[in-house]
Design a protein around this ligand. Structure first.
Ligand code: GLN
Length: 275
């Protein structure tokens, strides 16, 4: 099988399986398996794959055809210009979440203490630590397996983060200057309508926000005052239609300067405030 035949075959199989970006994914899997770049591909189209690579590529394509997310097969996802390791124990970092990181970076100062609730792959707290200096950071998650991924990513990016296994604030001590979180926020009934990649393969615990999707905001906001210093900040990622509800919760809890920030797709994506 030549490189050209490989991507042609891969695209066909993936398109038939209903994968949205069949051609792109077929290429990205070939890139990962054969460790080649675009330039190499176009200058070696009619060359054969190495013997051991062909079955490996076929396996990767078949997995993707089962609708396993591409990133769980390649094992990585780019976020804030950094490469993060991922596996099926963590949510794949989303570009939407970069809005939260960028907004938080505007107020990050040396000597601040940061807490990330539900850190997953660690993408939020690690990119904050990588882009601002002199801060102290704690990342927490209820999932032990997720924390293993986060730890690996912190090591890869050479940032110091204290990792704590915790159901939200349960095992967290002390006070912070900034709490960030991208909590699960999908209303339970909507989970069935998600794309198969998300619904069947991403950890449901990272998605399920309870009946109205707002369970975690209630809990995070209610207890936040016990964990924030005076004038501390709370920055939360939200679903596109949760801005009003989460804004109300934060105002009712005594936050000031509460506002909603949009992501690049012009969807409301972050609610922030100060206590
Ligand atoms: N904090 C991680 C992220 O933004 C995980 C979020 C989650 O699992 N809900 O990707």
């Amino acid at each position: 099988m030549t490189y050209r035949e490989a991507t042609d075959w891969g695209s066909r199989v993936l398109a038939q399986a209903g994968v949205a970006d069949a051609k792109l994914d077929a290429w990205l899997l070939l890139e990962t398996v054969c460790k080649i770049n675009r330039t190499f591909y176009y200058s070696h189209l009619e060359e054969e794959l190495a013997v051991e690579q062909q079955p490996e590529y076929e396996i990767a394509v078949r997995k993707r055809a089962e609708r396993i997310p591409l990133q769980y097969i390649t094992g990585e996802q780019e976020f804030m210009g950094l490469n993060f390791k991922v596996n099926s124990n963590v949510l794949v970092p989303r570009q939407d979440t970069e809005a939260l990181v960028e907004e938080a970076l505007k107020i990050c100062q040396p000597d601040m203490k940061l807490l990330d609730l539900g850190t997953g792959s660690g993408c939020i707290i690690i990119s904050l630590m990588k882009n601002a200096h002199g801060m102290e950071a704690v990342g927490s998650d209820i999932s032990k397996q997720a924390l293993l991924v986060a730890k690996e990513n912190a090591k890869l990016h050479e940032v110091e983060v204290e990792w704590i296994r915790s159901n939200l604030y349960e095992n967290i001590n002390g006070r912070f200057d900034l709490i960030v979180s991208n909590p699960p926020y999908i209303p339970q009934a909507d989970i069935l309508d998600l794309m198969p990649e998300v619904r069947d393969f991403e950890p449901v615990g990272a998605l399920d926000g309870g009946l109205d999707g707002l369970d975690f905001y209630r809990r995070i906001i209610a207890q936040s005052k016990d964990y924030l210093n005076k004038d501390g900040y709370l920055y939360l990622e939200i679903g596109y239609n949760q801005g009003p509800a989460v804004t109300n919760m934060m105002c009712a809890a005594g936050y000031r300067e509460v506002s909603v920030v949009k992501d690049l797709a012009r969807h409301e994506r972050v609610v922030k405030g100060r206590i």
